[in-house]
Design a protein around this ligand. Structure first.
Ligand code: ATP
Ligand code: MG
Length: 429
C-alpha cells in the first residue's frame, strides 16, 4: 500500500476482533462510575494551545515536546488535547458549574494525543478514562477515587497484578520550602547530574526526582525528603487518606520520588503500576490539584482526579487472560432461509421475535446461498442455534430449530411459539 494510505505511526485502528474487550472494559467502568455517583462530561478534542500551556506548565515534557499543535485557518494556535484535566477545568469554569462551591464529580473518556516514541503500551493517539472532582478538599474524596479503582481492578480480575504507589507533595507552601532545599542540595552536585536533570534543576526541580539516570539516582539517595517538609495541614491530609485506605484494606507503598509529570499537583499523588506490561507499567495515575482552577483564572477551587490508560488496561486483560466468556460469543441465533418466499417470511418472523426479545442477538443470513453455505456461516457466527426456513417449513408454518453446539436434536417450532421457545433456551439460560 502507498504510504499516504496508511494510518499515522502510533495511531491505531481498533479492529472488530478487539472492540468487544474494549467495550467490556469501558462498560464495566461506566457502570461502576454510575454507581458511585459520577457524571459524564464530554469535551472537544481540540482546544486553544494556550489552555495546555497555562494548565500543564510550559516546562513539562508534554508542553515542551509532545503536543500536536497547528494553526487554524485564521491563525489561532490549536492543539489536539494531550490529556483531559485542562479541558475539563476550562469547561466547568466556562459553564459556571463549580461556582459557589458546587461539588462536581465528573468523568470522561476519549482519545488523547502525544508525540512520543511509539512502543508497546505507548502510542501517539491513546485513550483515557479520567475522573475529576471539584470543591471537595478532604482526604475522603481522594480515598474514594482510589477505592473505586480498587473495586474496578477486582471486577476486571487484575487486582493481584497492580500495586498502589502513594506520595504527598504537600501544600504549595511546603512544596516551595522543599523545592528550595532540593535545589540547594542538587546544586552542590551539579557536575554529577545528567544533562536533563541539570536543565530541570533550573526549570522544574521536582522532576529531577523522576530521573531514569542511574548516576543521578544514586545522588538522590541522600537528597532531602519531601516527607520532612510537609506542614501540619499536608501531613494530616495524607494521614487521613492512609487511614481510609487501611480501613478498606487497600495495600500501598509510599514512594517519596513519585512527583508526576505535570506541574499542577499538590498534596496527594498516586499511581497504579504493574510489572506485567514491561516498561510502560503505569496504568492509572493522578492526584490533587488545589491550585489549578485559580491558576486558570477561576476562584480558588479544590480539585482531585486521575486518568487511566485504556490501551494498557486492555493489554493487561489480554496478558492475564481476563476475557469474559460471554464477550467472545456475539450471536445467539442465526436464521437461514432458502428461496425468496422463505427470506421474506424469515425477515418478518425475525422482527416479531426481536419485538418480544429485545436482548436476543439474532442474526439473519444475508446474501442467500445453498444449504451448505448458510450452515457454514451459521456455525462460524458462533451462534448456539440455527433457525431453518425451507419449502417444507414454509408449508407447515414452522421453523427448524437446530442446536449447533451439540445440545440435542433438531425440532420444529411453530412461528407463533418461537419467541417463547427461544426465551427458555437462551435468555433464561
Ligand atoms: P508515562 O509516565 O507512562 O509517560 P504519564 O505520566 O505521561 O505516563 P499521565 O499523563 O498521567 O501519564 O496519563 C495517565 C495514564 O494514561 C498513564 O498512566 C497511562 O496509563 C496512560 N498514558 C499516558 N501516555 C500514554 C501513551 N502515550 N500511550 C498510551 N497510554 C498512555
Ligand atoms: Mg508521559
Amino acid at each position: 500500500m502507498s504510504k499516504s494510505l496508511q494510518a499515522i505511526r502510533g495511531m491505531n485502528d481498533i479492529l472488530p476482533e478487539q472492540t468487544p474487550l474494549w467495550r467490556h472494559f469501558e462498560g464495566t467502568v461506566a457502570r461502576l462510575l454510575d454507581n458511585y455517583g459520577y457524571k459524564q462530561i464530554r469535551m472537544p478534542i481540540v482546544e486553544f494551545t494556550e489552555l495546555f500551556k497555562r494548565s500543564i506548565g510550559e516546562v513539562t515534557d508534554i508542553v515542551e515536546k509532545e503536543m500536536y499543535t497547528f494553526d487554524d485557518r485564521n491563525g489561532d494556535s490549536l492543539t489536539l488535547r494531550p490529556e483531559g484535566t485542562a479541558a475539563c477545568v476550562r469547561a466547568v469554569l466556562e459553564h459556571g458549574i463549580t461556582g459557589g462551591g458546587q461539588v462536581q464529580k465528573l468523568w470522561y473518556v476519549g482519545p488523547m494525543f502525544r508525540h512520543e516514541r511509539p512502543q508497546k503500551g505507548r502510542y501517539r493517539q491513546f485513550h483515557q478514562i479520567g475522573l475529576e472532582v471539584f470543591n471537595l478538599e478532604g482526604p475522603d474524596i481522594d480515598a474514594e477515587l482510589i477505592v473505586l479503582t480498587w473495586r474496578l481492578w477486582g471486577e476486571l480480575g487484575i487486582r493481584d497484578a497492580v500495586k498502589l504507589e502513594l506520595n504527598s507533595l504537600g501544600t504549595s507552601e511546603s512544596r516551595g520550602r522543599y523545592r528550595e532545599a532540593l535545589v540547594a542540595f542538587l546544586s552542590e552536585h551539579l557536575d554529577k547530574l545528567d544533562e536533563d536533570s541539570q536543565r530541570r534543576l533550573k526549570t522544574n526541580p521536582l522532576r529531577v526526582l523522576d530521573t531514569k539516570n542511574a548516576d543521578t539516582q544514586a545522588i538522590l539517595a541522600d537528597a532531602p525528603k519531601m516527607a520532612d517538609y510537609l506542614d501540619d495541614e499536608s501531613r494530616l491530609h495524607f494521614e487521613g487518606l492512609k487511614a481510609r485506605l487501611d480501613a478498606v484494606g487497600i495495600p500501598y507503598v509510599i514512594n517519596p520520588k513519585l512527583v508526576r509529570g505535570l506541574d499542577y499537583y499538590s498534596k496527594t499523588v498516586f499511581e497504579w503500576v504493574t510489572d506485567k506490561l514491561g516498561a510502560q507499567g503505569t496504568v492509572c495515575a493522578g492526584g490533587r490539584y488545589d491550585g489549578l482552577v485559580e491558576q486558570m483564572g477561576g476562584k480558588p477551587t479544590p480539585g482531585v482526579g486521575f486518568a487511566m490508560g485504556i490501551e494498557r488496561l486492555v493489554l493487561m486483560l489480554e496478558t492475564l487472560e481476563q476475557i469474559p466468556e460471554e464477550i467472545s460469543r456475539q450471536v445467539d441465533v442465526y436464521l437461514c432461509a432458502f428461496g425468496e418466499a422463505a427470506e421474506l417470511a424469515g425477515l418478518a418472523l425475525a422482527e416479531r421475535v426481536r419485538d418480544q426479545l429485545p436482548n436476543l442477538r439474532l442474526q439473519v443470513n444475508a446474501g442467500a446461498g445453498s444449504f451448505k453455505s448458510q450452515f457454514k456461516k451459521a456455525d462460524k457466527s458462533g451462534a448456539l442455534y440455527a433457525l431453518i426456513l425451507g419449502d417444507d417449513e414454509m408449508a407447515r408454518q414452522v421453523v427448524g430449530f437446530k442446536p449447533l453446539r451439540g445440545q440435542g436434536e433438531q425440532q420444529s417450532i411453530a412461528w407463533d411459539a418461537l419467541a417463547a421457545h427461544l426465551a427458555t433456551c437462551i435468555v433464561q439460560g
